[in-house]
Design a protein around this ligand. Sequence first.
Ligand SMILES: NC(=O)c1ccc[n+]([C@@H]2O[C@H](COP(=O)([O-])OP(=O)(O)OC[C@H]3O[C@@H](n4cnc5c(N)ncnc54)[C@H](O)[C@@H]3O)[C@@H](O)[C@H]2O)c1
Ligand SMILES: [Zn+2]
Length: 364
Amino acid sequence: MSEEIVIESRSSQESHVVIGHQMLGKWPWPTWLQQDIPVVVVVDPQVEQYLESLLLTLRTGSRSVTVLSRTITEHDKTLETLAQLYRDFGEHRVTRDTVIIAVGGGVLTDLTGYAAASYLRGLRWIAVPTTLLAQVDAAIGGKVAVNTEFGKNLVGAFHLPEIVAVDTSLLCSLPLREWRAGLGEVIKSALIAGDALYEWVKDNREPLGEITPGWSAIIAETAALKARFVQMDLYEKNERMFLNFGHTVGHALENYFGYGTLSHGEAVGLGSLVALRLSERLFALDHAVRDEVKTWLIRWGLPVKAQPFDPAVLMNIMFQDKKARAFGLQWVLLKDIGRPAVVRNVDKDLVTEAFNVIQENPKD
Ligand SMILES: NC(=O)c1ccc[n+]([C@@H]2O[C@H](COP(=O)([O-])OP(=O)(O)OC[C@H]3O[C@@H](n4cnc5c(N)ncnc54)[C@H](O)[C@@H]3O)[C@@H](O)[C@H]2O)c1
Ligand SMILES: [Zn+2]
C-alpha cells in the first residue's frame, strides 16, 4: 500500500509526500531526478543500514552520490553544526543543481533542510524521515530550523522538500523511547481528525514498537493528515494551527523540567489532557474523551501525571513563548472529537484549574 499527497506552496513549489511500507528500494524516483543530477545524502549513522536500498535506486548512470554520515543531537542543532555542513557542501562542490537528501530523525531533517534552504540561496531537497515523530510530523511541511541559545528553532525557513518518503519499515530499529516521543502527535492527530484515525487509535491493541498493519495504517494516516493541513495552510495562519493541540502546555512542560527530561510525546500527552479539561469547561466536551486518552497513554507507557510543578511558573513559561508574545496565548481546544477550535485569552484561573488534572496531588 502506498499513498501520495501533493502540497503546493504559493510559489507553486510542490512537495510530494509518499507513504508506504518497504518501498524505499522499489519506489521509482521522479523523472526530474535524472541520472546526471548530483546528490548529497546526509545520514544519521543509526540508520545507515537502510542506505543500501536507497543508494541502489539512486546510483544510476553517471550520478555523483556523496554520503555524509553525521550524528546530530538536539544539543548540536546549532548554527555551528550548520556552518560545518556548509563547509562539507563546499568541500564536496555542491552546486545549484545538487539535490540534498536528509535521512534521519527530526533533528537531522530540520538542520539539513535549513542547510538546503540557505546554501546557494536554496537547494532542492528530499526528506527520508526515520523516527515516528519525523514520519508523522517533523519532515512534512517544510518548516526547517536550528536552535540558538535563546530558544528552539529560532533561525529557520519554510522550504518544502520536493519529496518526503515515509517508509514505515525504517522504524523497525527505533527504540521504544523514541516511539513514545512520537505518540503525542498521533494522539493529537486522532483527536483533531476524528473519523477513522480516532477509531483506529482507539481500537489499536498492537504492541508498541512493532510495525504491524495497524500501526502502519495509523502512521500513514497521521502523516497524511499533517500533509493535508499543510496543503491547506502552509504558513500556519489557519488550519495548520490545529496541529498545535496539546503543545501549548506540552512545550511549557518540556521547558519547565528541562529539555530531554520529559520526551516530546510525554509532554504533548500531558498537554492534551489539560487541553481536554479546558475543552470540557469551555465547550462542554464529554469527559469520556479525556478518560479515553488516559487509557491510550497508560497502554503505551506514557505518563498521565507530571512530577509536581508550580502552576504559576508553568503559566509564566507559556506566556514567554515566542508565539505567545507575538499573538497572545493561543489554545487549540476541542468542541468535539474531530472539531478543533483556536481560542485566545482563556481565563488564567481556568487554566490553573485545568493543570490540576496532571498534578499528582493538586492543591485545591
Ligand atoms: N519541522 C517541523 O515541523 C518539526 C515538527 C516537530 C518536531 N520537529 C523537530 O524534530 C526534532 C525531534 O525529532 P526526533 O524526535 O525525530 O528526534 P531525533 O532526530 O533526535 O531522533 C531521535 C533518536 O533516534 C535515533 N534514530 C533515528 N531514526 C532511527 C531508527 N530508525 N532506528 C534507530 N534509531 C533511530 C537518532 O539517532 C536519535 O538518537 C526536534 O528538534 C523538533 O524541534 C520539527
Ligand atoms: Zn509536536
